[in-house]
Every structure is written in C-alpha cells, then in structure tokens.
Design a protein around this ligand. Structure first.
Ligand SMILES: [Zn+2]
Length: 316
C-alpha cells in the first residue's frame, strides 16, 4: 500500500491506495501556516489514513507528495512556494522520512494532478494533452506522445507565470502580468473584492453572504449559479484571461485535449464555454478546431492519487 498527498495553498489531501489503484481511505485538512505544523499535519494524516483503513503502518511501502511551488527533487526540498510561503527551502522529504520511517518522493502539485489524470482520469484516453490546475495559483503539466514532459529539473509548464500582460498586475514571482494574477482562485476573490469596493451601490448577493463568511472562490461560483451579476462578471473576466492563456497553449502544443482541475474548475459550466469562445477567436486555424476542453474527473482525489502512483512507480 502507498500514500499519496496533495499539499495545496488551502488544503492538504491524503489517500491510501493499493498498487492496483483501489482507494482504501482518504482525508483532508486545512493547510497550516508554519512549516513545522505542515510536517505535523502530514504525520497525523499518515496515522489517520492507516487507522481508518485498519491497515498497519508496516504495510505502507512509501509516500508520494505533491506540493505547490517549484521543487528540487534530488534535494527533496521545496525551492519556492509563492502560495505556501512557509515551505520555501523546507526539507520536507528529510523531515517526513525521519518522522514516519517511510520513503518519500516529492513532485510538483501540477505534475501529480497530471499523473492522476493519466492513471485514472480522462487523460487515459489521449496521447497528447495538457492539465491545468486552477487553485490558489495556476499549475500545469503536459503529456507529449504519452510521456510526461518535465523539463530539465522537473519544473516545466509553469503556466501560472505565462505573461499575458507585460504591464499587468504584480505577481508573487516578482514579474508582472502573469496568468495566475487573472485566472486563479486568489485572483477571483481579489477582483470581486475590488469590484464590490469600487461601486458600493451595486447590489450583489455576495454582500449579504460576506456579513457572515469570508469571500471565497466557492461562494462566488455558488452565487454565479444563482445569476448574481457581480459573480458572473468576475467569472467571465477570469475565463476570458484563461482563454487567452489556453489559446497560447493550443498554438504551442497542438494538444488533443486540455483538462482543467483545481478548485476553480468546479465552475467549469460557466468558465469553459467562454474559454472555448476565446480560443476560437484567437488560436490558429488548423490547431484550434480539434482540441477538446474537459473538466477533471474526480477533482478532490485525482491529484493525491497521482502522488500515490508516483510513489508506486518510484519506490515500488
Ligand atoms: Zn508570476
């Protein structure tokens, strides 16, 4: 048995699986603020995954972990994680191996989503396809001729930092106008706050809900489904920028499919028709007609499953 974990900007998800891909248990916790607490959360989760499936820890062969940010696989560290600042330069692999006594393999969060989609999702149907994960930031991964393309150090496809407006919004990476400043969950929340603040008279069901709860991408999506105009406007804006990024990817890779995962992809019913329209307007003829745009299958667990698959293939 193997454990797969997906450490995101807001949540840590873990699964315990058999080599065949059968899931035995799965757990989710909020991502803590400090690196020490993140290590502790992971250690607790390993125990919980084992006990809730009545599995002895001795039978667990290894752990695959995917984190947001860029990573150094040989050193087993997270190099920079703009969306989980505490993990920057953090020796995650060493700490978890020491704490659990298990072998740990580290990967980028977008790559584990890609592997999960390849193993058990829509990706198994295609030979050339791209995964985009739209969460706190935006990640990406590409399968070329049925092989994962990772780049020289495993950090290829930093789609979130594709520059789409060189005079645009400042990004956490230090650059300006990166795609994730327009099309991530964090961008969605910030743009909504700015829109509501710029026109205090404009009615929105979001204002009511914000009296009791913090504004979130999920809330904006829920209100968009109820036809709230502010929520629809910000989601349409997000989808337009995303469409421009996607049109660039279609021109570069000529993929059979682009699969959308991450929290924002839950709003695919609103986002994907606009993405398709922008691609139709902007990508090259001969490339744009044959690409399929799909939401990820089983969003909550596919990335963690991909991390487990990575552990199976690397440690098994
Ligand atoms: Zn950036």
């Amino acid at each position: 048995m193997y454990i797969g974990m997906d450490i995101g900007g807001s949540k840590i998800r873990g699964v315990l699986v058999e080599k065949s891909g059968k899931m035995l248990s799965n757990r989710e916790v909020a991502t803590p603020k400090s690196a020490r607490e993140i290590d502790e959360s992971i250690m607790h989760m390993i125990e919980n995954l084992a006990t809730s499936a009545s599995v002895s820890k001795i039978d667990i062969k290894g752990i695959g972990i995917g984190t947001a940010g860029s990573i150094d696989k040989t050193k087993g560290i997270v190099v920079t994680a703009p969306n989980i600042k505490a993990l920057s330069r953090h020796p995650l692999v060493k700490n978890i191996e020491k704490g659990s006594g298990l072998k740990v393999v580290l990967e980028n969060d977008a790559t584990i989503a890609l592997i999960g989609g390849w193993w058990q999702g829509h990706g198994s149907k295609f030979r050339n396809w791209i995964m985009l994960t739209l969460g706190t930031g935006i990640g990406g991964g590409v399968i070329i001729d049925n092989k994962i393309y990772t780049g020289q150090s495993g950090n290829a496809m930093e789609v979130g930092h594709m520059i789409i407006d060189y005079n645009g919004r400042k990004c956490r990476c230090g650059n300006s106008g990166c795609l994730e400043q327009y099309a991530s969950a964090s961008a969605l929340v910030r743009n909504t706050e700015e829109l509501l603040a710029s026109d205090k008279k404009r009615e929105s069901s979001l204002r009511e809900r914000m009296k009791d709860e913090e504004l979130s991408a999920q809330m904006i999506y829920e209100e968009a489904l109820e036809k709230d105009e502010v929520a629809l406007e910000v989601l349409k804006d997000l989808a337009t920028y995303l469409g421009i990024g996607v049109a660039n990817l279609v021109n570069l890779f000529n993929p059979e499919a682009i699969i959308f995962g991450g929290g924002v992809s839950e709003a695919h019913k609103i986002i994907l028709p606009i993405v398709k329209k922008v691609v139709k307007e902007r990508a090259l003829a001969g490339l744009k007609e044959s690409t399929e745009f799909l939401p990820i299958k089983d969003q909550a667990v596919i990335p963690a499953m991909g991390a487990a698959k990575l552990a199976i293939d690397s440690l098994g």
